[in-house]
Design a protein around this ligand. Structure first.
Ligand SMILES: [Zn+2]
Length: 294
């Protein structure tokens, strides 16, 4: 049974374990031989069995789930109020946590308590999410879909991946980011953004402001988060264009020339694709930007 290597020293950076944990999750997928998207609850149960999860119970909880070490393995508790997609997501996340335990004991213990290191719960959380999204969108399957989509990258392609794997936009976007850092060619020259939009009601026309998180893909230069401190022409225009659109109707611009005004994106032609995830008070907008270099 695989465990993730313990902290080597108090200064050890747990983020260096990212690739290791993604590979561990990937090998778990291979062990159960999952072939079809979406990864089902039943598929996850099989993966859980390989991780010594002996029991799964659903109950009312104030978080998505928890992993409890018991004699001979683990017990997973899942919040019964979650929908099917969230239940699978929480389940995958709890399976991810098992990689951080020494299972050679009667009752598993967090691995780096053994060496006297302190437990970096925050890093462990993030890494369990890396494992979860790898299980929910395994590399080979994702790669297969991207290869089939001749028009990738575009917003329709991103939405179709979200539907095929039945995961949240957040999970898919982060998953593509993981994949890009390992295999940039697979993801191609695309930048995928997730934008949190908040609305301000006032006397005048309703103002929308955006707080942007930016992730870099492909051959693009380093990008910084932008639009945090002021308006940004391209994003603001996209949001205005999106206002009249329905939840399910993605919007894609024709190629527009951007002169380096989006953070540190090099001056080039881009295509913007936008889609609302929901239009409640805090929305998530996903955008794919395709780059054509001259
Ligand atoms: Zn967790």
């Amino acid at each position: 049974m695989e465990t993730i290597r313990p902290y080597l020293s108090p200064t050890f950076d747990p983020h260096s374990l990212t690739i290791e944990i993604a590979q561990a999750a990937e090998s778990l997928v291979n062990k159960v031989g999952v072939l079809e998207a979406p990864i089902s609850y039943r598929d996850l149960e099989k993966m859980a069995a390989h991780r010594m999860i002996k029991q799964i119970s659903k109950m009312k909880m104030n978080c998505g789930g928890s992993l409890i070490p018991i004699r001979g393995g683990f017990l997973v508790q899942l919040d019964s109020a979650q929908n099917e997609r969230m239940t699978r997501t929480s389940f995958a996340h709890e399976i991810g946590h098992t990689f951080f335990y020494d299972t050679g004991r009667d009752v598993p213990r967090p691995i780096y308590w053994d060496t006297g290191g302190s437990r970096n719960v925050r890093a462990e959380e993030g890494l369990s999410w890396v494992a979860a999204r790898t299980m929910l969108a395994p590399t080979q399957m994702l790669q297969g879909f991207l290869k089939q989509d001749e028009s990738w990258p575009n917003i329709h392609g991103l939405l179709s991946l979200i539907r095929k794997f039945d995961v949240s936009p957040q999970i898919m976007i982060r998953r593509l980011q993981d994949l890009e850092s390992e295999q940039p060619k697979v993801v191609g020259d695309a930048a995928i953004y997730s934008i949190h939009v908040s609305r301000t009601e006032g006397d005048g026309p309703r103002r929308i402001t955006a707080r942007t998180k930016v992730w870099k893909f492909g051959g693009m230069k380093k990008m910084i988060a932008y639009n945090m401190n002021g308006p940004n022409v391209k994003v603001d225009r996209s949001l205005t264009l999106m206002e009249g659109r329905s939840l399910s109707e993605p919007y894609e611009t024709k190629e527009v020339l951007v002169r380096g005004e989006l953070g540190q994106i090099p001056t080039a032609r881009y295509r913007f694709g936008c889609s609302w995830e929901d239009r409640s008070n805090t929305n998530l907008l996903a955008m794919v930007s395709a780059v054509r270099r001259s």
